[in-house]
Design a protein around this ligand. Structure first.
Ligand code: NI
Length: 425
């Protein structure tokens, strides 16, 4: 038993926050929530009455190793950005670059209270090993482009080696996007996903041009494509971006196994548009939140993503009631974790995994925060800099500026060297 003492607890099932002690059992699960300063046991963390405890944040769409490409290409439209700037450098990346770039991303995310992420890239054994070493949770896939059985086999080998590891790694299949993978290959991947009970992570209608291609070339509606390829029937489907998913086809993706991932800052920065999140939430579609990679954001900061999401749709629709702080916190916690297939992750309750972000609410921006308004303070006034500790499965990964599972200085010096290598060659 270990205790997180005297914190203000909030998750998306609660109306008001609750002062209390969180008791964690030896399996890393929350076993009890007791009145503040009453629990007995080893003290993992003392909140001192000025710390909020929220579920660990979940980044539901990213490419962690792209931290090495951050700042490499700016202010270009998606297809030119990819084809002239990003793909040529990616062709030069080696496994050690993927590892170090991934570790750099984990440093950034862990210090911001992120405990779980969904990632698509290549040399994914490196990302899996970095994740296991850091003690985070992740849903990982090998990004597949073309009709490429070598890439698909790498993805399946990743599943054989890592799926279910420590209860913290889920391996999904990762067809990149409809415009990079032919339809018959998508059908094959979806069929394997169903047979092997694996989820699928897919880029979906990020730009308007992709929607036009469905209309003009494929001559099929996007939802008929999702259904016809078998993607809608895989155990878990993560659809990243969905900026141009037709509003009149949202009923088709309102399914328990389908999650749409909103990436507001990447969509804004690449000029892709405003995803119809208002209509998705009205329809009851499961919506999660992601940063996308650091080359198109350029932060891996879920706090920043929450705030941007909460603000941009209010302005776009001229309606301040849209996307409440509570809704975006749900998107950034339990909606993402369940969308990836993690069970009992994303709430602070008995029997659920003790994945937590502990937030200092003693600073100037939190004067006035109380049990009734904590989520609004966190989303509109808070920031990732307020995170005091990040905990996964009852184990502290980060506390008061120190990393307990990673060597920050070594990772930064290694990635500094690697960055020079990849831009020079
Ligand atoms: Ni992406």
């Amino acid at each position: 038993m270990s205790i997180i003492r005297d914190v203000l607890i909030w998750d998306s099932e609660r109306q008001n926050a609750e002062a209390g002690d969180i008791v964690i059992n030896d399996s890393g699960l929350v076993s009890e929530i007791l009145p503040p300063k009453s629990a007995k046991g080893e003290r993992l963390f003392d909140g001192g009455g000025y710390t909020a405890a929220i579920p660990g944040l979940v980044n539901s769409h990213t490419h962690v190793s792209m931290t090495l490409l951050r700042g490499l290409a700016e202010e270009l439209p998606l297809m030119r950005w990819l084809q002239t700037k990003i793909f040529p450098v990616e062709n030069r990346l080696l496994p050690q670059h993927i590892r170090s770039g991934g570790e750099l991303a984990l440093l950034e995310m862990i210090s911001g209270g992120v405990t779980c992420f969904a990632d698509m890239y290549y040399f994914m054994r490196e990302v899996a090993a970095a994740t296991v070493g850091a003690g985070m949770r992740a849903a990982l896939c090998r990004g597949i482009t073309g009709d490429d059985s070598k890439k698909l086999n790498e993805n399946l080998a990743l599943a054989d080696e890592f799926n279910g590891r420590d209860g913290r790694i889920i391996v999904q299949l990762g067809p990149h996007a409809p415009y990079t993978v032919p339809r018959d290959a998508i059908e094959k991947i979806a069929s394997i996903a169903r047979d092997k009970k694996l989820g699928v992570h897919f880029h979906w209608l990020e730009t308007e041009g992709e929607l036009e291609t469905f209309r003009d070339e494929y001559k099929i509606s996007p939802s008929d494509y999702l259904e016809g390829t078998g993607l809608l029937a895989v155990p878990k489907l993560l659809l990243a971006h969905c900026v141009w998913h037709p509003v009149d086809e949202l009923d088709r993706v309102k399914r328990d196994n389908v999650t749409l991932v909103h990436n507001p800052k990447s969509n804004l920065k690449l000029g892709s548009g405003y995803a119809p999140i208002k209509q998705m939430l009205e329809k009851g579609v499961n919506v999660a939140l992601g940063t996308d990679g650091a080359a198109s954001n350029n932060r891996l900061d879920v706090w920043d993503e929450m705030r941007t999401a909460a603000l941009m749709h209010k302005g776009y629709h001229k309606d301040p009631t849209l996307l409440s702080a509570r809704q975006v916190l749900k998107m950034a916690t339990v909606a993402g974790a369940s969308g990836m297939g993690f069970e009992r992750v994303g709430l602070i309750k008995k029997g659920w995994h003790a994945d937590l972000a502990l937030v200092n609410i003693a600073g100037p921006a939190y004067v006035g925060a109380d049990v009734t308004n904590l989520p609004e303070f966190l989303v509109y006034a808070g920031s990732s800099r307020d995170v005091r500790a990040t905990i996964v499965g009852g184990k502290i990964l980060y506390k008061d500026g120190r990393y307990l599972t990673m060597d920050r200085d070594e990772i930064i010096s290694k990635t500094t060297e690697h960055r020079k290598q990849i831009v020079k060659t």
